[in-house]
Design a protein around this ligand. Structure first.
Ligand code: FAD
Length: 385
């Protein structure tokens, strides 16, 4: 993509970028663009990272979250490999720890059917081994003796998303990025004739930039509809509970069908997460929380003794084909799409930031972006006519 300076950017001045959405995806994009010399402004309708990004459990689950081989699995693995270097640098830039934990995930089967499905993944999944029940219990002795064994996924680490978001924000401030919270983008601004996106109309007036990055999570379609691109995206509500126990019960994240338990460095555990398409409703339902807790007790019986800390809900940016929208669209030059990371936005933050930077600098992206092209929607629509 060729960055065309708009009339507000003087010749020789740094190029400017406007990032719509201050979740981990928008902040990761701004961070990489800032390092590449762009003058960035991050715009959010609320406070930075108050939506899906801080509702997340923080698993970097390339192995546990993918159910088939292919480009998406490879993208998840690429981001996973980038993570320690990316967070080490981010911690240096911000002075904030993201609370990285490298103990891995045990994906336990509680039924014969689940065991069969998990064993079938061994044909293509990398960095995984099957453990019999006694081997699982040797690693995590508090697991239920009723488990049928499971997958040991040593490369699926975790961070604390709240601290990741804080670190990104501090790093952006230190870079000199302008952060405009409580400033919703109302519509994209474009040049008549060429369709080139030149910025956004906000609640505070127009903002112009050489490059605009669309990272508005589940809210993205409201911004693309007016430019003729109807993105099949929708919010998928996830509810979680946080609990504590007197003594630590597990070191690894333990995960089974319908529930995971992620131990955090502060001694708490995140039990997650439900999955429901319910529009933009973030209410917490007692029954859902009770079911999650019951499932956690089935997997880790001593969770029955846990002390309740809090509950919350977040809206994952879902897409119909479960793939993100990452790349550019010929009809709207000057606009980069970085959205729809669904269940894996924490994991995919480094890879997304890097690809946005490569597109902004007109470099060849290090991954093939064809599966994630925003225009695939138009092709799908034409195919069904
Ligand atoms: C319960 C739960 C558990 C999860 N667990 C994990 C996990 O373990 N690992 C993992 O990798 N992922 C996980 N995820 C998924 C992950 O949280 C998301 O994929 C990721 O946060 C998406 O980031 P984002 O920046 O695109 O979206 P968001 O964090 O939702 O950010 C979008 C931002 O855009 C802003 N915005 C929207 N519209 C406008 C507008 N018009 N103008 C200005 N700003 C706007 C919003 O206010 C928001 O701040 C989980 C999600 C949930 C809900």
């Amino acid at each position: 993509m060729t960055i065309q300076k708009n009339q507000t950017t003087a010749a020789g001045a740094q190029p400017s970028a406007l990032i719509i959405g201050g979740g981990v995806i928008g902040c990761a994009a701004a961070y990489e663009l800032g390092k590449a010399g762009f003058r960035c402004t991050v715009l959010d309708k609320g406070g930075l990272a108050q939506e899906a990004s801080t509702a997340a459990a923080g698993m970097l689950g390339a192995q546990v979250e993918t159910h088939q081989p292919g480009p998406f699995y490879e993208m998840c693995r690429a981001s996973q490999r980038m993570y320690t270097e990316w967070t080490d640098e981010l911690e240096q830039a911000s002075g904030i720890s993201v609370q990285y934990r490298a103990e891995g995930i045990l994906r336990a089967a509680l039924t014969a059917e689940d065991e069969q499905e998990l064993r079938s993944r061994l044909a293509w999944i990398r960095e995984a081994e099957w453990l019999e029940p006694s081997e699982m219990l040797r690693l995590e002795s508090e697991l239920s003796p009723d488990i049928h064994g499971g997958l040991h996924l040593p490369a699926d680490h975790q961070v604390q998303p709240v601290w990741l978001a804080e670190a990104l924000k501090a790093a952006l401030v230190n870079q000199g990025c302008r952060i405009r919270e409580w400033t919703p983008a109302i519509r994209l601004l474009s040049e008549p004739g060429t369709g080139r996106v030149t910025g956004v109309q906000t609640s505070e007036g127009p903002l112009y930039a050489d490059l605009t990055v669309l990272a508005a999570g589940a809210w993205t379609p409201a911004l693309t509809e007016p430019i003729g691109l109807s993105l099949p995206m929708f919010p998928v509500k996830g509810q979680c509970i946080s609990v504590r126990t007197d003594a630590p019960l597990i070191r690894s994240t333990v995960f089974t069908k319908g529930c995971y338990i992620v131990p955090k460095l502060d001694g708490s555990y995140i039990i997650g997460a439900s999955q429901l398409e319910a529009g933009f409703d973030k209410r917490i339902h007692v029954q859902t929380i009770a079911e999650l807790h019951a499932k956690a007790v089935e997997l880790l019986p001593r969770m029955a003794e846990a002390e309740f800390v809090r509950t919350w809900a977040g809206l994952r940016p879902g897409t119909r084909d479960a793939l993100p929208f990452l790349g550019v669209w010929d009809e709207a030059p000057g606009l980069v799409f970085a959205t729809g990371q669904y269940r894996n936005g924490i994991l995919l933050a480094p890879v997304t930031g890097r690809i946005v930077k490569q597109l902004a600098l007109s470099e060849q992206p290090f991954l093939d972006l064809a599966p994630y092209a925003p225009s695939r929607v138009l092709k799908a629509a034409t195919a069904t006519i």
